[in-house]
Write a protein that binds this ligand. Structure first.
Ligand code: ZN
Ligand code: ZN
Length: 565
């Protein structure tokens, strides 16, 4: 910088020809703005002092601010505004790309939209480079519909554009859209890279689409796409979430170097499968290989304690997490409350919640309310419900839970009041939705929805199931169904729970030893859990159900969760 400043003063003291002066100044500006040893603020001052800075100088400063660690990225946008105000020189594609990059870093949606309208008004919209950048910008701002619109207008989509679209969908949990885009990308003959494949695989994890996920894994191997730690971690997640914990372990063991993310994904995987012993031994291995356990690894350990009902283990792990200086997140607190509630340490759960240094979230209050319901504790149940209704006044799940809490406490008039509020507010509970993948195609079933093209056949299978269940003396447990439904209707409502439709479809379309794998958006109800156990014995099928919380593996009439979930 010192040498540069000397050159700068030398230039100013000589009467150089105007064009030489401009050329030299533009060189100094770009060096100051972009060199790692430069000074972006000096470049900015020079830009505004120079007699007639060219577009390269403007571009350098706009770009410099978006790259700089010390000065605010937002300065890129305001310099772009000054350029537009001056009206001279005209911005080029690079100017727009650099300012858009700043908008993307800042997730400045409005400013980015202004740049977009400038692009359209000034005839830059044919640049597929800029178009791809806009796809990335909108995806980063989580405005996926805008991203899609721009994307659809690009005549020649490059791999970046595709990859952005697919990862954008995957990040927003729009997994079916992510997979659809991937299929279109392949039809267009564009070869994916490891980033795209990681997004595709996480979409498969979200959907529980094991067939597609396995296909993607094979594709990666066939195409010799580099399997980096990120991709390996995505594969571990996918196999774990699709119910194949052994495959997840295989991928994990094959990794030459494991980062904390890979370790913690594997630990979480074991935890949601209820394999507490594997969680603890892997956690010990992680410590043994000098990788410092992170927040997520501890979350896995605590989850294992929840599912295994291990109270003292949970307390011990909690203490060692604090000792390591890891700050517990609300999820960690939630696990501890769950551990106490399941062990019926009701007092302790309540004191723990009261002493939390952070605000308990609705998940914690719901867990506590369920415990109050079990203990028929009106006083504390009402404290929890008050908190829930304050923080989430329009979540139907809270009202449904509250109504069943009052029912359990035989407070019928209060229950009636809650149900009236639900009706008045026009609330509808989230319908149960289960999916099953058959031949690489995801079939979705919603509670009581008979729109599936093979619904008649599914009804027959359900009838057959019911006949076999009845002959074994099974009586449905209707207590989980809301109270204002007639008993017969209740029984029917149970038979139409989405996971039953999915399981019936699985029985119909596949043969043993194929495992029936179902993904459900809500927690499995008591009755469906019981029925699935019986089905697994009567039909001699292995059934794996992933509900909102964890995995259940039904074999020979019993479930891996040992009826605790
Ligand atoms: Zn059910
Ligand atoms: Zn279970």
């Amino acid at each position: 910088m010192r040498v540069l400043q000397q050159i700068h003063s030398y230039i100013l003291t000589r009467s150089l020809p105007f064009s030489t002066l401009c050329f030299s100044l533009s060189k100094i500006i770009s060096h100051c703005a972009l060199s790692p040893v430069g000074n972006i603020l000096y470049a900015e001052r020079l830009l505004f002092q120079a007699p007639n800075p060219n577009i390269f100088s403007w571009n350098s400063v706009i770009r410099g601010f978006s790259k700089s660690q010390i000065s605010p990225t937002s300065q890129s946008i305001s310099i772009f505004r000054s350029l537009i105000r001056r009206g001279c020189p005209n911005p080029n594609t690079y100017t727009l790309a650099f300012v858009l990059k700043a908008c993307m870093i800042l997730q400045a949606f409005q400013e980015g939209q202004q740049v977009h309208s400038y692009v359209i008004r000034h005839g830059f919209s044919s640049s597929s480079f800029l178009q791809s950048s806009f796809v990335g910008f909108y995806a980063k701002c989580e405005e996926i519909m805008f991203a899609r619109k721009v994307f659809d207008e690009i005549p020649e989509r490059n791999m970046i554009a595709w990859s952005t679209m697919i990862s954008g969908y995957a990040k927003l949990d729009m997994f079916s859209e992510a997979l659809d885009s991937f299929i279109s990308m392949q039809k267009a003959g564009v070869v994916p890279d490891e980033v795209t494949m990681a997004s595709v695989i996480s979409a498969c994890a979200g959907l529980g689409a094991l067939d597609v996920g396995q296909w993607a894994h094979a594709y990666i191997k066939k195409r010799s796409i580099a399997i980096d730690t990120k991709l390996s971690t995505a594969l571990i997640n996918m196999y774990a979430k699709c119910g194949c914990i052994e495959k997840a372990r295989e991928v994990f063991d094959e990794m030459p170097a494991k980062d904390p993310q890979a370790w913690s994904s594997m630990i979480i995987g074991f935890a949601i499968h209820g394999h507490a012993d594997d969680v603890f031994s892997l956690f010990a291995d992680m410590e043994g290989s000098q990788v410092k356990p992170n927040q997520v690894a501890f979350l896995g350990v605590l989850l294992a304690c929840v599912h295994g009902q291990l109270v003292s283990e949970g307390r011990r792990r909690w203490a060692s997490m604090l000792e390591l200086g890891i700050e517990p997140s609300v999820e960690h607190y939630s696990c501890m409350v769950d551990i106490f509630c399941r062990a019926n340490l009701f007092e302790e759960a309540y004191t723990f919640i009261r002493n939390m240094p952070i605000e308990p979230d609705p998940v914690i209050w719901r867990t506590f309310l369920v415990a109050c319901k079990k203990n028929k504790d009106m006083v504390r149940g009402e404290i929890a419900s008050q908190q829930l209704l304050e923080s989430e006044p329009s979540n139907p799940e809270n009202y449904a839970l509250l109504s069943s809490f009052y029912a359990a406490c035989s407070e019928w008039s209060k229950m009636g009041h809650i149900r009236k509020q639900m009706r008045d507010k026009g609330m509808k509970t989230v319908p149960g939705c289960s999916s099953i993948e058959v031949d690489g195609f995801i079939n979705e079933f919603v509670l009581g929805d008979w729109s599936h093209p093979e619904s008649n056949e599914i009804r027959e299978v359900l009838g057959d199931i019911l006949k076999r269940l009845n002959s074994l003396g099974y009586r449905p447990d209707v207590s989980g169904v809301l109270h204002d439904v007639e008993d017969e209707a209740k029984k029917e409502a149970l038979c139409e729970h989405s996971e039953r439709l999915a399981i019936a479809y699985g029985i119909m379309k596949t043969k043993a030893p194929v495992v029936i794998r179902v993904v459900k958006n809500l927690r499995v109800c008591d009755d469906c859990h019981e029925v699935t156990k019986i089905i697994s014995a009567v039909y001699e099928r292995e059934i794996v159900v992933r509900d909102r919380v964890r995995f259940h593996r039904f074999v020979g009439g019993s479930c891996s969760c040992k009826d605790i979930w």
